[in-house]
Design a binder for this molecule. Sequence first.
Ligand code: HEM
Length: 221
Amino acid sequence: MMMADEASPRVRPVRTEAYLDLFQMLTGVVLVTFMWAHMILVASINLDLGGGRVMNAIARFFEATYMAQIGGPVIACIMLAHFVFAARKMPLRAREQKAIWKHSVRFHHLDTWLWVIQAGTAFIILIMGSIHMWTVLTALPIRAAKSAARIQGGWWLAFYLVLLPMIELHVGIGVYRIGVKWGFIKRADRVAMHGFENKLTLIMIGIGLLSLFTFLVLTKA
Ligand code: HEM
């Protein structure tokens, strides 16, 4: 086996690519799981109509167990690692970007457009996600009144109204693409699964918008 590896210069890069793809998928799955949990935990603000008791109790639990203090930076590192794994396939030069755009227009194929959206949203999420995590994690503890003050200030509301659809599109398309790429979604099921992914994305955006509305209108800052 060793000899075959050494004799064939092609074996090693192909295997390395497969491992890099695997790590890209695994870090992606961790981030999708985190994101769904995050949106549901933030949505706890709706449970007592903006009162904040449920959200504050959840926040206290995460702080007392150091999950916010340690888990937050860990998620930030996983996000960065995921970006680095994925960036090796992104068109970073202007020439490459022009070429991928020309090909996408010519192919006019759904999965190619999904990939373009995936790559575009990735850059925005990396920047806005980092700003958001820095802001929340350097101002612990997390409390409903503090979140409401941020959102009622206006700028953070605008910020979240951009970040929310970006992250939900990226997560929804990401789950669909993992399914297609790793063979969980067969060719015949693609259209149905894409429809399911669209509905899931809309539901998560709806939950996010509801939380933002509650912070804006019902929660005391
Ligand atoms: C790493 C730890 C994270 C913590 C502790 C955290 C915490 C919070 C908190 C407390 C809020 C309520 C609003 C506020 O206080 O300003 C919030 C909202 C939000 N977060 Fe995070 N967050 C984290 C990571 C992320 C990441 C990685 C993303 C996406 C890249 C993200 C996207 C959002 C969005 C879109 C909202 C708007 C609220 C909504 O629509 O439900 N968060 N987050």
